[in-house]
Design a protein around this ligand. Structure first.
Ligand SMILES: C[S@@+](CC[C@H](N)C(=O)[O-])C[C@H]1O[C@@H](n2cnc3c(N)ncnc32)[C@H](O)[C@@H]1O
Length: 269
């Protein structure tokens, strides 16, 4: 299945059906992302792979005199984004359906481009980031997050790997989306890609945060299982999966530490 089909199929629909879950999962990365983006009050902001629009709306609150465009390839997610972004509250936000690798952005039309995990899915990273650079004004900034390499002893990758293996699946290589997730995890590659795309002042800072997977272990298992529609899971398997997550239960829910790169770069002025 292609990346576009996946984000318009079960994975995209799952993200569209559970925006609060995914936003809670990624919340720990928002402050580092927005610190790197340094959005000013009158900035024109492009949110690449905006999904259900959480970061698009955050950007709009940070740029009350600017405007924000969210672009995404997923129709279910764009529909959710529009429904969560009332025009009265967010008059400067618009959403566009399109592939950010080739979408006809206004040349130099943005001061800042951001992405919370939407840029790893590009088929040709150098061509795509070159295109994004063209959408930024000279001196414009790029800030995004993408996963660090999965470590065998990493809390989130270890727990999710165990859950997947209990379901008889290989979490890391299961589908196109999971494979693409890791495409920018090597910081050397990140620097090469962004340099080749014409960016300068490239930096990739390691940030760790707790991702929240559910209220408690059983709830997190339900959520994990629900990501594969129609999957039949026995009570015994659910119980074994719950055991995996029990050590990660906290008063704030099931928390699994995970690492991302917070990447920033600039289009030369
Ligand atoms: C991991 S989700 C993150 C969504 C959102 N940024 C968030 O943090 O909630 C990745 C998003 O990137 C979008 N996406 C993937 N490839 C894309 C592309 N080439 N152009 C635009 N959006 C893309 C997907 O449809 C999906 O909404």
């Amino acid at each position: 299945m292609s990346v576009t089909d996946a984000w318009n199929g079960p994975i995209g629909r799952h993200w569209a059906d559970h925006p609060d879950r995914y936003n809670a999962m990624l919340a720990g990365f928002d402050a580092p992302l927005f610190d790197a983006a340094v959005i000013a009050a009158a900035d024109r902001v492009l949110d690449i792979g905006c999904g259900s629009g959480h970061t698009t709306r955050t950007a709009a609150r940070r740029a009350p005199r600017g405007r924000v465009t969210g672009v995404d390839i997923s129709e279910p997610l764009l529909e959710r984004a529009r429904s969560l972004t009332p025009a009265e509250e967010y008059p400067s936000v618009s959403y566009e359906s399109g592939d950010a690798q080739t979408h006809p952005f206004e040349p130099g039309g943005y001061d800042v481009a951001i992405s919370r995990g939407g840029v790893m899915f590009f088929a040709d990273h150098i061509a795509a980031f070159t295109h994004v650079a063209g959408a930024l004004r000279p001196g414009g900034r790029l800030a995004f997050i993408c996963p660090q390499p999965a470590r065998a002893d990493g809390e989130e990758s270890k727990a999710l790997g165990l859950l997947a293996s209990l379901l008889g699946r290989d979490h890391a290589s299961e589908n196109t989306v999971a494979t693409a997730m890791a495409s920018l995890s090597d910081p050397k590659r990140l620097h090469e890609v962004l340099g080749a795309a014409g960016f300068t002042e490239i930096s990739a800072a390691a940030v760790d945060a707790a991702t929240r997977w559910g209220r408690d272990a059983a709830d997190a298992v339900e959520f994990f299982v629900s990501r594969t529609p129609g999957l039949a899971v026995s009570a015994a398997t659910r119980a074994a999966m719950t055991e995996v997550l029990l050590p990660h239960e906290t008063p704030d829910g099931v928390l699994l530490r995970a690492g991302v790169w917070v990447v920033s770069a600039r289009r030369p002025g």
